[in-house]
Each structure stands twice: as C-alpha cells, then as structure tokens.
Design a protein around this ligand. Structure first.
Ligand code: GLU
Length: 428
C-alpha cells in the first residue's frame, strides 16, 4: 500500500516529538488539518464550452497567526498533496518565526494548456469559490508551482471586488504595481542561497572547489543557480521538466537563464544550433541522472518525492539543500542519513519566499514600502539567524538538520498552544 503524502509528512513530526517536550494537546492537534475546502470552478473556455476545474484550499494550523501558503496550478494537485503542503507551511512559518500558521491551495490542471484569458477567468473563479475561507487576518495565499505575480494580481483584484474595498494584504507575491514587495519574486532562491553559503562555511569548502547540480530551473532553481554561479561555485548540471544538461567544467548559467527565458525550455537551450556552443562539452542528462551525479551539493528545486528509497542508495552528493517542498520521502531520508549525507530541509532552505511574503503583508498593512536593499538585508538576517539556531539544535541533540528544524519549530508551536491552556494547566 502506498502511504499518503500527509502520513509521510507526519512521520517527520513523530520523529521530532522524541526530542522535545510538547503537550499532548499540541501534538494531537498538529496531526490534523484545521479545515479543508474542496471547490468546483466553472470556467467559460475560449471556444465557448464550459469546463469545471477542481480546486482546494487547506488551513492547517492557525495557532501562531493567520494561515499562509501558496496556490499551485498543476495536473497532480490532490487534496492529500495540498494538506501535506499546508502541514509543511505550518512548520516552515514557525521554523523562521513568522507570525503565521500554515495553509496551501491548488487547482488540478495543466496551466500550459490554457490561454491567458482562460487562466484569468479560472483565477478569478477560484477566488469567488474560496473568498469566505481567506482574508488578510484569516488566510493569505501566495504563488507556488506554476502560479506567478500576474495571477496573484487577478486574485487580489477579484477579492477586492467581492469585498467592495481594496484588500492588497489578502494575497502576497503580487506585481509591484499592485502592492507587491521588492524582492519577492526572487526571494525563495535568494533565501536558499543565503542559507547554503552560511552552512557550507562550516565545512570549510571553497566555492570554486564545490560542484553543484540543480534539479528544476524555475523561479527558485534558476535564481539559486545564478547566485551560486556569481559567487564562484561550479554549477555543473541543471534540469527542467524536459531534461537536463551537464558539463564537468561548469555551466554558463547566465546564458542558460537568458535562453530559457526566450525559449521557455532548456531542451532548446542545448539542442538548437549555436546555443549548444554556449555549453561546449556538455552532455544531455535526464532528471534521474542529475540526482545521482557525483557532485558535492545537490539542490532539488522542482517537485516533491524526487528522492525515494529507490534512488537514495545511488545519491553521491554529500550535501543536499531542499529548495522544493518535500523532495525527499521519509524512507529516502533514512537511507541518506545512514550514508552520512547532510540534508538541509525545505522548511528552512526555501523559507525565503514566505519570509518576503510576510514583509509584503506588513508593507500592505502599514502602507510604508521598503527598498529592495532593505528587504534583502532583513531576509539575510532572518535566514542566517534561524539556520544557525537549527544548526545548534542539530549539534546539541546530535540529530539531523531536518529533525532539528522540526524541533525548533515545535518549540514555537508549543508555546502558542500552551498559552491557550493544555491538559497540564487544567488538571494539575
Ligand atoms: N509557495 C511558497 C512556499 O511554499 C511561498 C508561500 C508564501 O509566500 O506564502 O513556501
């Protein structure tokens, strides 16, 4: 029997519970999502037909604040996936100390098959369907896989129409012209880079002597690859959903970014005429091959469940930084741990996105807008400080970084749960 994503996610919680004193009340409540909404979204298609899409929004836990989390447009979106992603958001927000709980949303579709008009009608229809479930003090969505600032803008606009008042703080990741924050679009990649640099210092390995493979060349993966390239790391492999490219002397990431932007596809980058020259001596590889390359650092920045019990034994990287949400299953984790691989977990590494979302929400509510430098400095301070705290927990308790991140987050969640009164308070 294949276990659900949510029960796999809960296994991480159970493991962390062995290392931290949490009231039974908190641990019991954290096993279940607070509220799960499933909606049908009828959309008038360009050819005149009507199509109904299935959408979800899950609010997992709001003990620390309004719930927060992105909306994904992907063919594999299911209630189980959305609940797991909402679970991760709960721990992510606590791990980096944002005053938010966790949520997630999604619509099951292939967004590449829809026209821009259809996408706009779908985005507005989704907000019509979930409007009573979200709000600036209730639940604040944001972008995730295959959603972008434009879509966030349509959604904010639709919510404002429903409420009959401009409500920029209902959603983050908006275009700058609609109340978005400087630096939000690159924040996940920037935050991951900041954590990576701080953590790799501990291993005394110079950037020029560090080889890196990045799976996923989207909003997060391409930004991390570019920052690592600029900082002198040897980025030897990158891939997107069509496949990857490998060059043992290191890839020219700025050129790859430029061509990916113009062709929308890495395959074209290395297969069409002169462009191949940009990565002279390159090899094309599959996503599976990329994961098992002999590199120092592996960065899964695509989707969940990429490293499992099936391929974990073949992983050669010594350090893994999870930029995607949930790229390693708990069974994969155990194998990597036995091999002595350092895994830096998603709830820390990719928390830069939601951190700048928090900054955006604060700016929308205060009406005072920050410069890109101010956003970058605040992000750096938070990411490095929380990474260092989790590193200390990991060392003090001799546990892997993932378990340490959960322990760190659980301490904050427990504080919020116990402040409301737990069994110990009422019966002792
Ligand atoms: N989708 C992003 C994540 O998984 C960002 C969420 C947000 O900004 O609220 O962390």
């Amino acid at each position: 029997m294949t276990s659900s994503l949510l029960s796999d996610a809960n296994r991480r919680l159970e493991r962390a519970l062995k290392y931290v004193h949490i009231s039974e009340d908190a641990s019991e409540r954290l096993k279940f999502p607070k509220a799960s909404l499933k909606v049908s979204i009828p959309v008038r298609m360009d050819d005149g037909s009507l199509r109904v899409f299935e959408g979800y929004r899950v609010r997992y836990d709001d003990t620390r604040g309004p719930t927060k989390g992105g909306i994904r447009f992907h063919p594999n979106v299911t209630m189980d996936e959305v609940q797991s992603l909402a679970f991760w958001m709960t721990f992510k927000c606590a791990a980096v100390n944002l005053p938010f709980g966790g949520a997630k949303g999604g619509i099951t579709l292939n967004p590449k098959a829809l026209s821009k008009f259809e996408l706009e009608r779908l985005s507005r229809g989704y907000v019509d369907a979930i409007a009573d479930f979200i709000g600036p003090d209730i639940d604040i969505p944001a972008p995730d896989v295959y959603t972008n600032p434009m879509i966030m803008g349509w959604m904010m606009d639709q919510y404002s129409i429903i409420r009959r008042q401009l409500s920029p703080a209902v959603i983050t990741g908006k275009p700058i012209g609609m109340g978005g924050s400087q630096g939000r679009n690159t924040a996940t990649g920037v935050g991951a880079f900041q954590v990576l640099v701080a953590m790799m210092r501990k291993f005394d390995k110079a950037p020029a002597a560090t080889t890196v493979a990045v799976q996923g060349f989207g909003n997060a993966g391409s930004v991390v690859a570019r920052l690592l390239f600029d900082a002198g790391y040897q980025v030897v492999a990158v891939s997107d959903s069509h496949g990857g490219v490998y060059c043992d002397r290191g890839l020219d990431i700025p050129s790859l970014q430029q061509f990916k932007a113009s062709t929308r596809n890495l395959q074209a980058v290395y297969c069409e005429g002169t462009v191949c020259n940009l990565v002279d001596g390159h090899e094309t590889i599959t996503n599976d091959e990329l994961l098992t390359l002999n590199v120092d650092v592996l960065i899964p920045a695509a989707l969940e469940n990429q490293i499992t019990a099936a391929n974990a034994p073949q992983i050669q990287a010594k350090y893994i930084f999870e930029v995607a949400n949930g790229p390693i299953t708990s069974a994969g984790d155990r194998i990597l741990e036995d091999k002595g691989v350092y895994v830096f977990p998603d709830i820390l590494v990719n928390a830069g996105g939601v951190t700048v979302s928090y900054f955006e929400w604060v700016q929308n509510r205060s009406g005072l807008y920050w410069s890109e430098a101010e956003v970058g400095d605040r992000l750096q301070t938070k990411m490095v400080a929380e990474a260092e705290k989790i590193w200390s927990v990991s060392h003090n308790l001799a546990i892997p970084m993932r378990t340490a991140a959960y322990v760190h987050a659980l301490e904050r969640l427990e504080e919020a749960h116990s402040a409301r009164g737990t069994r110990d308070y009422y019966v002792s």
